[in-house]
Design a binder for this molecule. Structure first.
Ligand code: GLY
Ligand code: MN
Ligand code: MN
Length: 443
């Protein structure tokens, strides 16, 4: 049976991180790994702070996302230390005292002021790899972010531990809860802002806690890839709804997109169904040894097949891909690594000692070029859009006759379609983390 309790899985996760850190330090010639959790950032000329975003290198070790001015220190062969900042502060709620299933694995030093960390950090600063943003600087402790250490850790972060998978499954459960509430709000005629609020309420997270800004797009707005305006008035008539929204679970992200047709818009609903079926085939292609670049290129062909079937293309799918027309309808990458960050790091890494695998020519927005291996979690997010700016370029390139413009006119008012799931690459079949949660939620 699969173990889903993060607390039970955490000791093994920590052991993996310790092993990785040991090798990373050896690669860089350092004795200690030092990771500040980060600090608050302030608006210019203002005492107002931005929402705090924890250093991903810190939350990789600890399920702590809200303890600025704290530090993780790891020295091979020793228990890791957490310098835990719990200020005396009557203006703000301070972090609870350290508790939970992680505490028994650390030496914990509680500090009340950020500078108290200075006495607790390793003695010889020159022997430390300090991973953090410049703003985390404390006295002489300036993050040095050595490339050999970062390259190694970031490359291996693509391989999720069972603990991480368990948390990513939790992030799916929450996200799906929100998606169901959002669809219900759409069916009730709500505007984008109200749909967003329904989503947040169902997930139990506000915009600052979600892993990225919700994309809630009605009608033509679905053609704007990162539409985050949240209109206060529902357009009339309502034709379509695209929602790209995730959730967070102890620092891990989900990233889910669904597209819905309003009742009575059967042809657009059928096109959504066709993209959905194609997307599921793409998800099934996630297996070890498969080049993600190829998955992206194959997606172009498959999506052009949908457009051909719906009479939008006058040429073959193959010709649409070869002439670059497909990039006007599918103008983003098929997906990306995901985990501690929604667009997780090292998507282009050639290896754990650096180097870069370039994108295929003509595909400038692909975010992952690595060959898939067991343990990776990727998104699979094909889309089809009706974007005048890009379609004009097709005309200017002399390919206008390849497109049935009356069909473009028909579909333009719907904006577009995107379907996005997270898929875990295993030694066997692809494990779609998202779909089963929709099935369970639909009872
Ligand atoms: N939500 C951003 C993306 O899908 O990559
Ligand atoms: Mn995505
Ligand atoms: Mn997304």
């Amino acid at each position: 049976m699969i173990q889903h309790d993060p607390g039970a899985l955490y000791p093994d996760h920590l052991a993996v991180l310790c092993r990785r850190a040991e090798t990373a330090l050896a690669r860089g010639g350092f004795d200690h790994l030092v990771v500040p959790s980060g600090t608050l950032h302030y608006h210019l000329f203002d005492d107002r702070d931005y929402p705090y975003a924890v250093n991903p290198q810190f939350k990789a070790w600890l399920p702590l996302t809200r303890v600025p001015h704290s530090w993780l220190v790891f020295t091979p062969g020793k228990r890791p230390t957490v310098i835990f900042h719990q200020p005396f502060d009557y203006w703000h709620v301070v972090p609870d005292a350290p508790s939970g299933w992680w505490v028994e694995h650390f030496d914990i030093q509680v500090i009340r002021k950020p500078e108290e960390a200075l006495a607790l950090l390793p003695r010889d600063r020159s022997r430390c790899a300090v991973l953090g943003e410049a703003q985390s600087t404390l006295g002489e402790w300036v993050p040095n972010n050595p490339a050999p250490v970062l390259d190694y850790l970031e490359y291996h972060r693509a391989y999720k531990t069972p603990y991480e998978i368990a948390l990513m499954r939790q992030a799916q459960v929450l996200g799906v809860r929100g998606h169901r509430a959002a669809e219900a709000a759409f069916r009730n005629g709500a505007d984008e802002f109200s749909i967003h609020m329904a989503y947040c309420a169902a997930v139990g997270q506000d915009a600052n806690e979600l892993p990225y800004g919700n994309i809630v797009a009605l009608n033509e707005h679905a053609a704007v890839l990162h539409y985050t305006e949240l209109g206060r008035t529902a357009p009339q008539p309502l034709r379509s709804f695209l929602i790209d929204a995730g959730a967070s679970a102890l620092g891990y992200a989900s990233d889910i997109t669904r597209t819905h047709a309003a009742h009575g818009h059967d042809e657009f609903a059928a096109m959504i169904g066709a993209v959905d079926a194609a997307q599921q085939q793409m998800c099934a292609a996630v297996r070890p040894g498969f080049d993600y670049k190829q998955l992206h290129v194959d997606a172009h062909l498959s999506l052009m097949g949908v457009l051909k079937d719906f009479g939008v293309l006058k040429v073959s799918p193959q010709t649409a891909v070869e002439t670059g027309i497909s990039a006007a309808f599918f103008p983003h990458g098929i997906g990306h690594l995901i985990g501690l960050q929604v667009h997780d790091v090292a998507g282009f890494a050639a290896g754990d000692a650096g180097g870069r695998i370039e994108r295929p020519a003509g595909h400038p927005y692909l975010r992952l070029t690595r060959v898939l291996e067991a343990g990776m979690v990727v998104t699979i997010e094909p889309g089809l859009y009706f974007i005048d700016m890009l379609l004009d370029e097709v005309k200017q390139a002399g390919h206008g006759a390849s497109i049935a413009w009356d069909r473009v006119d028909f579909f333009r008012p719907y904006g577009g379609i995107r379907i996005e799931d997270e898929v875990l690459c295993t030694d066997g079949e692809a494990d779609n983390l998202t779909r089963p949660e929709f099935v369970l939620a639909n009872g």
